[in-house]
Design a protein. Structure first.
Length: 301
C-alpha cells in the first residue's frame, strides 16, 4: 500500500459522517487538536515556557500598577501636614497656636521621645542619641486648603520644616504615568511575541500534515474542520502558558500584600482577579489569533 493510500485511510477514519451527531464531530476535532500537539513533540515545552514567561512579565507589571495607583491615590487623599519643630520649641504651645489657624481641623503631637521609642521597637538603635525632632501632625479640613495652611505655618516661629503627602503624590503620579506607558508597550510586545511564536508553531504543524490536509480537501472535508483543530491548538498553548504564569504571579501578589501592609495602603479587592482574567484573555485570544494568521498565510482553505 502506498504512502498516500495509508494517509487516505487514516483521514477517512477521522472524517465525521453526515449521519453522526455534533458530539461525534466535536470529539474528532478535539482528537485532531491532540494529534497536532503530539506532532509538535518536545517543542511544546519551549513554546509553552516562552508564552508563560511573557505573560508572567506582563502580569507582574500589571498587578504592580494597581498597588502603585492605590498608593498614589491614598497619598492624594491625605489632608495631613507633618510639622517638625526646632529644638527647645514647646510642642503643646505650638499645637495651640496652630489650632487657631483657619482650615486646621486637628493637631496631633508626637514627641521626639515617642518617635525614638517607636524606632527602637523597629530597629536596634541603642547607644545613639535621639536625633528626632518633636512633630505635629496637622489635619486640614480639605485637601485644597493645604497650601494655604502651609503658608500660614511658615509665619510661625519655632518650625524647622514641614512636608505633606500631596507633593510626594504628584511626583509619584508622574512615575505612575510612565509606568502605565511601559505596561502598554509590554502588552503590545506580549501580543506580538505570542502571535509570532504560535504562527511559527502552527506553520510547522501545517507543513508536517501537508499531504494529509490536501487529501482531506480533495475528499470534500469542510474547511472549518481543518482550521478549528489548529486554532484550538494555539489557544491551548496560550491557556497552559497562562496557568503556569499564575505561579510566579502569586509570589508577586504576596510581596505586594506585605508592602501594602508596611505602607498602610488599602488593597484592591479585585486587582488580582482582574489581572488573572486579562492574562487568560490575552493568552487565549492572541494565541488563537496567531493560529488564524498562520492558517491564512500557509494554508489555502
Amino acid at each position: 500500500m502506498s504512502k498516500k493510500s495509508k494517509i487516505k485511510d487514516t483521514v477517512k477514519k477521522h472524517i465525521p459522517q453526515r449521519h453522526l451527531s455534533s458530539v461525534r464531530i466535536m470529539y474528532r476535532i478535539a482528537m485532531e487538536t491532540v494529534y497536532g500537539i503530539k506532532r509538535t513533540g518536545l517543542l511544546n515545552i519551549a513554546i509553552i515556557a516562552a508564552i508563560a514567561a511573557i505573560l508572567t512579565i506582563f502580569g507582574a507589571l500589571f498587578r504592580t500598577s494597581f498597588s502603585l495607583s492605590s498608593y498614589v491615590a491614598n497619598l492624594g487623599d491625605t489632608f495631613e501636614i507633618s510639622v517638625y519643630l526646632k529644638p527647645k520649641t514647646e510642642p503643646v504651645y505650638m499645637s495651640s497656636r496652630i489650632k487657631e489657624l483657619e482650615h486646621v481641623k486637628k493637631v496631633t503631637i508626637k514627641t521626639k521621645e515617642e518617635a525614638w521609642e517607636e524606632m527602637n521597637n523597629n530597629m536596634d538603635v541603642s547607644g545613639m542619641e535621639n536625633p528626632l525632632p518633636d512633630t505635629l501632625h496637622v489635619t486640614v479640613d480639605d485637601t485644597k486648603n493645604i497650601l494655604l495652611v502651609c503658608e500660614n505655618l511658615k509665619k510661625l516661629q519655632g518650625i524647622e520644616s514641614m512636608n505633606y503627602a500631596q507633593e510626594y503624590a504628584k511626583k509619584l503620579q508622574k512615575i505612575t504615568t510612565v509606568y502605565n506607558t511601559v505596561i502598554v508597550l509590554v502588552l503590545i510586545a506580549t501580543a506580538l511575541l505570542t502571535i509570532i511564536i504560535i504562527n511559527c508553531t502552527i506553520q510547522l504543524v501545517i507543513q508536517s500534515r501537508k499531504e494529509e490536509i490536501e487529501i482531506m480537501r480533495l475528499m470534500g472535508v469542510s474547511n472549518w474542520y481543518i482550521k478549528i483543530p489548529l486554532i484550538l491548538q494555539g489557544a491551548l498553548y496560550g491557556f497552559i502558558g497562562a496557568m503556569i504564569s499564575l505561579l510566579p504571579l502569586n509570589t508577586v501578589q504576596n510581596g505586594l500584600d506585605k508592602l501594602n501592609q508596611i505602607f498602610n495602603v488599602p488593597q484592591s479587592d479585585f486587582a488580582l482577579q482582574i489581572v488573572v482574567f486579562c492574562i487568560f484573555i490575552i493568552a487565549i485570544f492572541f494565541s488563537a489569533g496567531g493560529s488564524m494568521i498562520s492558517i491564512k498565510k500557509h494554508l489555502q482553505v
